[in-house]
Design a protein around this ligand. Structure first.
Ligand SMILES: Cc1cc2nc3c(=O)[nH]c(=O)nc-3n(C[C@H](O)[C@H](O)[C@H](O)COP(=O)(O)O)c2cc1C
Length: 270
């Protein structure tokens, strides 16, 4: 296998391996901070993250409001407090190594308010935001407000082109990378468009080459693509490394880190 060399992401050298964000409360402060401590990019989920009381007990997210609006407000409050809690844990665990990202889902309830509420209290703790599940046109603008890098999660070059043309070209310098999440291979919820058949998986290689072409046309030759979905053993991805058709590349793991000691899921699930 080729040596896995650090690459420059958002102006800093890191190992090109990423723990993908996993909700709800599946990638957390400890898992993402530990990943970053080892020199990679850890991503904690900002989707209804867990918070704790002063005795360290998990606060159950129960809803008392009588109206939908009241309960929505409770959800946003829980999510902001949980995100801040996990960001602080991750920051302490990371010890200034690697990088820390927050993940949110664009279509989740209160997405913008939750992200902004967390970022308002986490200056200097979080270096990037990854976001998919929808077309997050406003992601770049929000990231620019906090001066952090942003990483859209897309499943085709076509989706990236639309985001770039409409919004991201105005914030090019803060685009840290583009996550290609393969719609057939990735764990979690996946973004198949109407033109793709869930029963007919396509090889990710030509799809990522097509994404790279779109990015090169936009002058993003040096911006890494983060390949997500079915990445298990990097030996199988040797031909992606140092390959001009792919360009700078990093690899995102979602399912595999579920089995680590730092992963918060139950032993039964593991
Ligand atoms: C249990 C689970 C939850 C996930 N939740 C999210 C999420 O909330 N947001 C997101 O962008 N991706 C989510 N993902 C996708 C991962 O971040 C990652 O891109 C994907 O799992 C990579 O594919 P792999 O599972 O084959 O490694 C989730 C994946 C899993 C397995």
């Amino acid at each position: 296998m080729k040596a896995l060399n650090p690459i420059v992401i958002a102006g800093q050298e890191v190992l090109p391996i990423v723990e993908g964000g996993k909700g709800v409360a599946v990638s957390n402060g400890l898992s993402s901070g530990s990943w970053a401590a080892a020199g990679g990019i850890g991503t904690f989920s900002g989707v209804n993250a867990d918070s704790y009381d002063t005795a360290g007990h998990h606060i159950p997210q129960l809803y008392y409001g009588r109206t939908r609006k009241d309960r929505h407000e409770e959800l946003v409050k829980y999510a902001i407090e949980g995100g801040i809690t996990q960001a602080r844990i991750a920051h302490e665990t990371r010890g200034n190594n690697g990088r820390l990202h927050i993940n949110i889902l664009w279509e989740m309830g209160g997405a913008e308010r939750v992200l902004e509420g967390i970022m308002d209290k986490c200056k200097g703790l979080i270096q990037g935001v990854t976001c998919g599940a929808g077309m997050p046109y406003r992601l770049a603008e929000i990231a620019a407000h906090y001066n952090i890098h942003y990483y859209p999660i897309i499943s085709s070059g076509r989706a990236f082109r639309a985001l770039w043309k409409r919004a991201y070209h105005k914030f090019a310098e803060l685009l840290g990378g583009v996550v290609y999440e393969d719609p057939w291979l990735a764990g979690g919820h996946n973004g198949l468009s109407n033109s793709e058949d869930p029963r007919k998986p396509e090889d990710p290689y030509p799809r990522v080459v097509a994404l790279r072409q779109v990015m090169n046309e936009a002058g993003l030759q040096n911006t890494p693509i983060i390949m997500a979905g079915g990445v298990w053993w990097l030996n199988e991805w040797d031909h992606w490394l140092d390959n001009p058709e792919i360009g700078p590349v990093a690899f995102q793991f979602g399912t595999r880190p579920l089995l680590t000691q730092e992963s918060p899921i139950s032993a039964a699930w593991k």
